[in-house]
Design a protein around this ligand. Structure first.
Ligand code: HEM
Ligand SMILES: [Ca+2]
Length: 612
């Protein structure tokens, strides 16, 4: 029965690992459809890397995240699989995208959901654009789904019979990799009938073709918060980004090193695109800015350590990488998450400072429900424009365009910490629902991508996730749980059980002292718990050789994000909390000289660790 979703995989986040999930290939290569060979060879790499773990004796993280968990060395490794909180909902139970609702009717197209539930309504937040930008920067440390073969990219729309509203024929087959978005005839903006989209790549479970293992997607990144966005996700990648004597490579103007020209828009004042640890670094100039800031900080720290030690380049690099990773963890958990999650969620999941104990049984993979829906909540914060001195530049003119980074990074980042983000609600700016990646050849809708990506990964519905979270399931579209979205939800969905996770979760009113409703509080809370307690290199670990001494911990604690901006940009002054607008009471702008420097002396003395 095509309409019935199979309940095949059950796993609860953080529960015992899905044992052997990455190691079960019995079929010969010749049995495997060619489109899957790519994924297979990745998996072979994963398996061989398990032999190098050295039983947890490593001092530093591996570049690809392997061996963090010595019992399951591919846990959280780049090119490993996502996990699921609830069983997959594929159309055929194993691999075709979800297209039908509980009553077997077609779901509304992703674009219909986007325009009905997520129209634009710009209300300013009390937080700055930096709150949004940090969220995306960290997303690019944790999650990046591998997309299917580029050669099917563009061209997916060619076979859609739009006149008759028929989807691409691939959608009904297991080895079809197209999943384009049909645009309704009365669309308020697009006058095309289809937006290109290819499916996320399938990992492993080659056996799903004739067994009960549903298709699983692949995370290109290390799930751990380990600054893989700065250093890359495998050793070759890291090597390309490094320079001599422990430093990171840079280019003219102390900017990021030169990358591939096709990665950004090359305008008159954009001489080249950048190379970074994550290939999406050009998505938005303030994001490129954060990448630049952390490469600069790396080099500042290396210079001081070099001056005061006789460490070789490798140790200088690794010790500094460890510090940068710790800074990303502490800024995310102790400065950023307290705005996003409620005090109760933080407490329940042990997300506050000082609460840590490594647990080898924790599953630190990223959940598909987190990557394709819940953590995309940040898209609601994206502003209509960014202030750049006296100018206001519309977001549509900023995507993939690093011009302002070349011109005046300090001016750009000044706008980012002085300008409000948009409120976290279900309303989303047309800059990303109509004008994403706009060029003369057209544009995209990010919200449609979110919805379609959820169907591609066949994640559980909103009501199923509420159940997972121990929350009451909706029985009516007009239930208070979805705020004021009832009328719109009822217009496009047949049944409350068809409401998808992104629109449902985004519609919930925010909990007190949180920017999310109860369902996304639950999903983010759990994911951030797993990434903390499942990380053997968590920066608060008391493991002497991997962690920091108490003096080092104190130095890290005193070194603020505000001071980082001071050290890496031409700022004279900044508010103590760059995630909040400056004011005259608790977030009063102070001169840079009043913030604590990162005191590196506790590192000079430390002779505990040795060259890796
Ligand atoms: C200017 C800002 C941003 C732009 C242009 C942008 C753009 C995109 C695009 C194009 C995708 C891929 C969509 C798909 O094909 O499925 C994506 C995915 C995603 N975005 Fe954003 N985004 C932005 C900000 C954010 C923020 C602030 C957050 C969270 C706080 C966020 C979280 C995510 C997540 C979790 C994914 C899925 C990544 C993966 O697993 O592949 N994004 N975004
Ligand atoms: Ca990572």
């Amino acid at each position: 029965n095509n309409c019935k979703s199979a309940s095949l995989v059950t796993s609860s986040m953080c529960a015992a690992q899905l044992s052997g999930m990455n190691h079960k290939y019995t079929r010969r290569e010749s049995d495997i459809p060619t489109y899957l060979l790519d994924s297979l060879s990745d998996e072979v790499t994963l398996r061989t890397s398990c032999r190098r773990c050295n039983q947890g004796k490593r001092l530093y993280r591996t570049a690809d995240g392997s061996c963090n968990n010595v019992r399951d060395p591919s846990m959280g490794q780049s090119l490993g699989s996502f996990q699921r909180l609830m069983p997959a909902q594929y159309g055929d139970g194993v691999c075709t995208p979800k297209t039908l609702g509980v009553n077997c009717g077609l779901l509304p197209t992703a674009r219909e959901v986007s325009k009905a539930i997520h129209p634009a309504l710009s209300v300013n937040a009390e937080n700055t654009v930096m709150l949004m930008q940090w969220g995306e920067f960290m997303d690019h440390d944790m999650t990046g789904a591998a997309i299917n073969q580029p050669h099917v990219n563009r061209g997916c729309c060619n076979h859609v019979d739009v006149q008759r509203g028929l989807p691409h024929p691939d959608i009904a087959t297991c080895n079809g990799e197209c999943f384009p978005i049909i645009i309704p005839k009365d669309d308020p903006y697009f006058n095309i009938n289809c937006i290109e989209m290819v499916r996320s790549r399938a990992i492993q479970n080659i056996s799903y073709l004739n067994s009960s293992n549903p298709r699983e997607q692949q995370n290109l990144l290390t799930s751990y918060i380990d600054a893989s966005n700065v250093y890359g996700t495998n050793e070759e990648h890291t090597k390309k980004l490094r320079a001599e004597n422990g430093r990171m490579a840079t280019s003219a103007g102390n900017l990021l090193p030169i990358g591939r020209d096709q990665d950004c828009i090359l305008g008159p004042s954009v001489p080249h695109c950048f190379a970074t640890g994550d290939e999406r670094a050009h998505a938005y100039p303030p994001l490129t800015g954060l990448h630049t800031i952390f490469v600069r900080l790396h080099n500042i720290i290396v210079a001081e350590l070099d001056e005061n030690t006789n460490w070789g380049g490798n140790r200088l690099f690794q010790e500094t990488r460890k510090i940068i990773g710790a800074i990303l963890q502490k800024t995310t958990y102790f400065d950023w998450l307290p705005y996003i999650l409620s005090p109760k969620t933080l407490k329940k999941n042990g997300l506050r400072r000082g609460e840590h104990k490594y647990d080898i049984n924790v599953n630190a993979r990223i959940a598909s429900e987190f990557a394709t829906a819940a953590y995309r909540m940040g898209h609601s914060l994206i502003p209509d424009f960014v202030k750049y001195g006296d100018e206001k530049i519309l977001s549509r003119n900023l995507f993939n365009n690093p011009k302002t980074v070349f011109e005046n990074l300090t001016l750009l980042m000044e706008g980012v910490i002085n300008q409000p983000a948009l409120a976290r609600d279900r309303f989303i700016t047309e800059e990303i629902t109509d004008h994403l990646f706009e060029t003369k050849n057209g544009s995209f809708d990010l919200v449609s991508f979110n919805i379609n990506r959820g169907r591609d990964h066949a994640i559980a519905t909103y009501n199923q996730m509420r159940e997972y979270c121990g929350l009451r399931k909706l029985t009516s579209f007009y239930d208070k749980e979805v705020g004021n979205a009832g009328v719109e939800l009822a217009k496009i969905y047949d049944h409350v059980d068809d409401i998808e996770l992104f629109p449902g979760g985004m519609s919930e009113p925010n909990l007190k002292n949180s920017l999310l409703g109860e369902t996304f509080n639950c999903i983010l809370g759990e994911q951030f718990r797993c990434l903390k307690f499942g990380d053997a290199f968590w920066h608060e670990t008391r493991d002497k050789r991997r962690g920091f001494s108490s003096c080092q911990r104190l130095a890290l604690k005193r070194f603020s994000f505000a001071k980082i901006l001071c050290d890496t940009l031409n700022f004279n002054e900044v508010q103590p909390d760059p995630f909040s607008l400056p004011n005259d009471s608790n977030n009063r702008v102070k001169p840079c000289s009043e913030y604590d420097k990162l005191n590196l002396s506790p590192w000079y003395d430390s002779e505990e660790s040795e060259e890796d």
